[in-house]
Structures are given as structure tokens and as C-alpha cells.
Design a protein around this ligand. Structure first.
Ligand SMILES: Cc1cc2nc3c(=O)[nH]c(=O)nc-3n(C[C@H](O)[C@H](O)[C@H](O)COP(=O)(O)OP(=O)(O)OC[C@H]3O[C@@H](n4cnc5c(N)ncnc54)[C@H](O)[C@@H]3O)c2cc1C
Length: 495
């Protein structure tokens, strides 16, 4: 089976790795990975500057989803996995230029602890009363139409919770907008809880009790297996010691170099009677199967001429762009930063910055001793125009906003960062808008009519790195399984 993989981001690399494993194990598999850019990895890109690990794109993956850490271990990178420094985990929200910590006990936007919620300065008394009354919320009938995250959150906790919590969290994570994002795709657990319990707080507390009971049972079991190795420390986020580029480089090293074509954008894709033709770099080549691991808008351009309905569905998945600005400072000159991982900025604050991470706190060892690394995140659905600004203008904006928010005039005005790095990511982050799941069902139905085609990437079933890895590997495994079935049928009909 000859397979073309189009797109050398993490999804395409994971698919190529799976095919390479099958090839090395003796399966009759050939593959070619086409990547438009000179480098592989897509949004994953790390630069080491004077011993500091600067992530241009993602800085980590969520530990709860196992696919990324599993792949790292499989590749021999287990000892490089680095948990977030959760003892220092504290996140602030900017409210009228002041940093207010998120109250303890927030789970997926849901307050679960009475005292921290009652005492927080993040919410007004009116919102706190609303939060208390939420415990009486009646169950929502199942089978309702999808709705925006903002609608769901406002129904339970009021508009202020959307403004100060849901919107900044979602724009800090997805570059997204709570009034557009689909509750069913982005917060499926909350939708289920609303149907089962009515109150999200009661649902979350019940889930928490179940989790604790499971953890207790697991601890009792592992206690009875005395002498076994202790589990590695876990944080809410995980990264690699030298940055996520380590994963890209290790995957690339596992692939057959002759199978990887960098700087080779695919310009057209055709369905033939017995497979596919891929046009790239002035050549047209035949393949039995194709894994399209591109942003959906790019997949739509290639697949539109093959199936116009599929092309339209793919092209209508919205994407947001983002900018990251990394600033390295001498810690002694910078002065003390607030404790914690960083802060989120609600849209109502009217700032360019969506979030800022104190990277040297979130992951210990990211900088040499005495250095601080601040990473600002800008853009998102409401900030596309910022992409046109120069690096100098963006750095100046970030420094000004940092000094206004952190209340440290020196930071903005006289202390120069030792190094700055600006990265722009155009239309890189898929937005799961209201109705996303129905759209995906229509896409899956169209793909099923095109034998040998698989899609992978962040547009479909999770935008994070673990989801992209899972979908890339699954696409390759499905093609391998389909290839085996086809060759068994040929053998049976021959014998
Ligand atoms: C700034 C930023 C921060 C993020 N932070 C996190 C985070 O902390 N944790 C997390 O889990 N996720 C994070 N994400 C999301 C995550 O990084 C992405 O969803 C994921 O990396 C997407 O991988 P992909 O392979 O689907 O797509 P991409 O990385 O976009 O790769 C697609 C590849 O296809 C190539 N390509 C495009 N057109 C063609 C063509 N015609 N022919 C050939 N090749 C083509 C592109 O050059 C690119 O290399 C972040 C994303 C961004 C942008």
C-alpha cells in the first residue's frame, strides 16, 4: 500500500510514524510525507536561546489525555517528560488593571468550594448569590440543540462569569470566543452534567467524589503491590525538558529520510479509479491512500475539486490566528512578579494581550538560574489585525501592557528584556463553533464515500497535541487495517 501524508505537523508526523512502524515490522507499506515548509512540526517549534527554552507555539500538553505522553515514552523520551510545577499554580484574571486570583476549587469553570467562592474578589455579590442558587438548577432536557459556551455558562452562573472566567479562559487556551464556541464540543462534560443533575456544581461535586473514590481504590491496590516502582510525578500539564521540538526531532529521526519531502506543498489532489494522484513539486504521483493532515481550510482547497460538499464543509470550519511574544529578563532587574503561572485578560479590559505565562514558574528548568521568561499570547478571534503589526510594535505593546497590569513601571519603561521573540500563527487554531459535531458527522459521511481517504489534525475531535497525535495514529492504523482486509480478500479470491 502506498500512502501519501499531506502536512508534516504533529498529526501528519504521528501518522507517518505509525506507517513507518508497520513498514519496519515487514508490512508491505510505503509512504511519502509532503510538507509545504522547510521544517517539520507545524505549530510545534522550540528555540533555545542562551539556555532558555522558548516555545514559539504550544508549550505543553494536558496530562489528562494520554496520547502525547504515551508517544513520548514509546519514542524513548520518557525521562524527558517534565510536569508543570503545580505547587506554584495560581492564575490571575485582570480586572480593571488589577490581578485577581482564580478562586480555589474551580473545576471546568464550575465553582465547587463554598468559602473561596464566597471570599473571591473576582465576582460581585450578585454573581455569588447566583452561584449559590445554581445548586437548585433544574435538569435540562436531553437532546437539545447545541448552543454557545457563553449561553450555557450565563444560564447557570450569570453574565459576569462569562466575562471574567469563561471568555478569558477560552481565549487564553483556544484563541476563541465564548459566544461562538460550541458547548457540546468544548465543554461536553458540563452539557452531560446539566442533563443528569441540572446543577453543574452538584454534577461536578459528584464527579469529584467518584474520582476520589477511584483514586483511593487505586492507591489501596498499589499499596498492596509493595516494592513496585512509584509512579512518575504528574502535573496538570506536561512538556519535554528541551521543548516540544524534541518530540518533532525524535519522530523525524524515526522516519525514512527518503520518504520525507520538505518544502513541497501539495497543489492538487485527484481521485482516480484505483486510488489517488498527488500533485506536488511539479510532479504527479499515484497513491493507494491519502492522509490529509492539514488545517481544515487547506484540506478544503485540496478536497473541494474531489467532492464539493466535503470541500465546503471543511472550508467553513473557522480558524483563529495567534501571536506569541517571549521576553527573557534578568530576574534581579525585573523585580518580584506575583506568585503563580500567569494571568488571563478578559476582552472587556480592551487589551491586545489575551494571556501571559510566567514560564520559569510553570516549568522549572526552562531558564538558567536568575532569568525570568514571560510569554504573552495575543490575537484570537478578536485580534486578527494585530498580525499586520511589526515585531517592534508588538513587543512595545506587550511591554506597555505588562507594566500597566503588573503595576511595575520599571518593567515597561527602563528594564530592557535580554531577548525578545515574536511568532505569528495564521489561521492555526480551529474553532469548534456551535453545530461543530453535526458538521463533523457530515464530513465523516462524505469521507466514507471516498475509499483510501483519511483526515487528521486539530479541526475535528480536539485541538490539543494529544488529540492531533491520536487522530494521526488512528488514520494510519485504519488504513493499515483496511489494506490488510483488501489483501486478504485478494488472496482468498486467488486461492
Ligand atoms: C500559539 C499556539 C499555542 C498552542 N498551545 C497549545 C498548547 O499549549 N497545548 C496544546 O495541546 N495545543 C496547543 N496548541 C494547539 C496545537 O499546537 C495544534 O492544534 C496542533 O499542533 C496542530 O497540529 P496539526 O498537525 O493538526 O496542524 P499544523 O501544526 O498546523 O500542521 C499542518 C502542516 O501542514 C502544512 N501544510 C499546509 N498546507 C500544505 C500543503 N498544501 N501541502 C503540504 N503541507 C501543507 C503546514 O505547513 C503545517 O506544517 C497551540 C497552537 C498554537 C498556534
Amino acid at each position: 500500500m502506498r500512502t501519501a501524508i499531506i502536512g508534516g505537523g504533529i498529526a501528519g508526523l504521528a501518522a507517518a510514524y505509525e506507517l513507518e512502524k508497520a513498514r519496519a515490522a515487514g508490512a508491505a507499506v510505503e509512504y511519502t510525507l509532503f510538507e509545504a515548509r522547510e521544517r517539520l512540526g507545524g505549530s510545534l517549534a522550540t528555540e533555545i536561546v542562551n539556555g532558555a527554552v522558548l516555545e514559539r507555539g504550544p508549550d505543553s500538553f494536558i496530562s489528562e489525555k494520554p496520547a502525547a505522553a504515551e508517544l513520548c515514552r514509546e519514542l524513548g523520551l520518557g525521562a524527558e517528560l517534565t510536569p508543570s510545577n503545580d505547587v506554584a499554580r495560581k492564575t490571575y484574571v485582570v480586572v480593571r488593571n488589577r490581578l485577581i486570583p482564580l478562586p480555589d476549587g474551580l473545576m471546568f469553570l464550575v465553582p465547587t468550594k463554598l468559602i473561596p467562592t464566597a471570599l473571591t474578589r473576582l465576582f460581585s455579590l450578585r454573581t455569588k448569590i447566583r452561584m449559590a442558587l445554581e445548586l437548585l438548577h433544574p435538569p435540562h432536557p436531553s437532546g437539545q440543540a447545541d448552543e454557545a459556551v457563553a449561553t450555557l455558562v450565563e444560564r447557570h452562573f450569570g453574565a459576569e462569569t462569562v466575562d471574567r472566567l469563561a471568555d478569558p479562559l477560552l481565549s487564553g487556551i483556544f484563541g476563541g470566543d465564548a459566544t461562538q464556541l460550541s458547548a457540546r464540543s468544548v465543554l461536553p462534560r458540563l452539557v452531560e452534567m446539566e442533563t443528569a443533575y441540572g446543577s453543574l456544581t452538584r454534577g461536578m461535586l459528584a464527579a469529584h467524589r467518584q474520582m476520589r473514590a477511584r483514586a483511593k481504590a487505586a492507591a489501596a491496590k498499589s499499596g498492596s503491590m509493595a516494592g513496585q516502582a512509584k509512579a512518575a510525578p504528574r502535573g496538570i500539564f506536561t512538556t519535554l525538558r528541551s521543548g516540544l521540538q524534541q518530540l518533532v526531532d525524535t519522530l523525524e529521526a524515526r522516519l525514512d529520510p527518503a520518504a520525507v519531502r520538505r518544502s513541497t506543498p501539495v497543489s492538487a489532489l485527484q481521485k482516480t479509479a484505483d486510488g489517488w494522484r498527488v500533485v506536488a513539486g511539479g510532479r504527479s504521483e499515484a497513491f493507494d491512500a491519502v492522509i490529509v493532515a492539514l488545517p481544515a481550510w487547506a484540506a478544503g482547497v485540496l478536497l473541494g475539486p474531489v467532492d464539493s460538499a466535503l470541500g465546503e464543509e471543511l472550508s467553513s470550519i473557522p480558524y483563529s490566528s495567534s501571536i506569541t511574544v517571549n521576553l527573557i529578563y534578568d530576574e534581579a532587574r525585573l523585580g518580584p512578579l506575583p506568585e503563580g503561572f500567569g494571568f488571563l485578560v478578559p476582552a472587556s479590559e480592551g487589551r491586545a494581550m489575551l494571556a501571559c505565562t510566567f514560564v520559569h514558574r510553570k516549568f522549572l528548568g526552562r531558564t538558567p538560574p536568575g532569568k525570568a521568561l514571560l510569554r504573552a499570547f495575543l490575537g484570537g478571534m478578536r485580534g486578527e489585525e494585530l498580525l499586520a503589526e511589526t515585531d517592534t510594535a508588538l513587543v512595545a505593546t506587550v511591554r506597555r501592557e505588562l507594566s500597566e497590569i503588573l503595576g511595575n513601571k520599571i518593567l515597561g519603561l527602563t528594564v530592557e528584556p535580554e531577548h525578545t521573540q515574536v511568532s505569528r500563527w495564521r489561521r492555526a487554531m480551529a474553532q469548534y463553533a456551535v453545530g461543530h459535531q453535526e458538521r463533523i458527522q457530515r464530513i465523516v459521511a462524505r469521507v466514507a464515500t471516498l475509499p483510501g481517504l483519511r483526515l487528521a489534525g486539530n479541526a475535528y475531535d480536539g485541538i490539543g497535541i494529544p488529540d492531533c497525535i491520536r487522530l494521526g495514529r488512528r488514520a494510519a492504523k485504519e488504513l493499515l487495517a483496511a489494506g490488510e482486509t483488501a489483501s486478504q480478500q485478494v488472496n482468498q479470491s486467488v486461492s
